[in-house]
Write a protein of this length. Structure first.
Length: 116
């Protein structure tokens, strides 16, 4: 009876770790898609670790590296946390590109931002 209980608890813990806590993918959310020319216009880029069910991995966080590829003179960056970046307009129109590299993941993602 005790052996069966240990086996059931072990299987449950393994399931919880591999399917709820383990990170399988990173979702990058850009909100809104473009900036206005005004200085109070802001875009938020957020990276969210996802578990095997496609929901946020429980009690897990990731760090993210952000790099401006082009349009450095058009935007200002403000890192709010390890996985949230705020982007502000410098008042010039154009297009900027930011390379987003999560600590977990194979390839970085390039985000294009239009400033209108």
């Amino acid at each position: 009876m005790i052996t069966l209980l240990v086996v059931v608890i072990s299987i449950t813990l393994i399931f919880v770790w591999f399917y709820l806590f383990n990170i399988y993918e990173v979702k990058i959310i850009v909100n809104p898609e473009s900036l206005k020319l005004t200085s109070n216009s802001k875009i938020e880029i957020q990276t969210i670790p996802l578990n095997s069910f496609g929901t946020k991995a429980l009690f897990r966080t990731i760090s993210t590296k952000y790099e401006i590829v082009s349009g450095k003179e058009l935007i200002n960056l403000e890192k709010k946390s390890e996985n949230i970046l705020w982007i502000y307009s410098n008042g010039k129109s154009g297009e900027a590109e930011i390379l987003v590299t999560p600590s977990i993941g194979l390839f970085p993602s390039k985000i294009k931002i239009k400033i209108e």
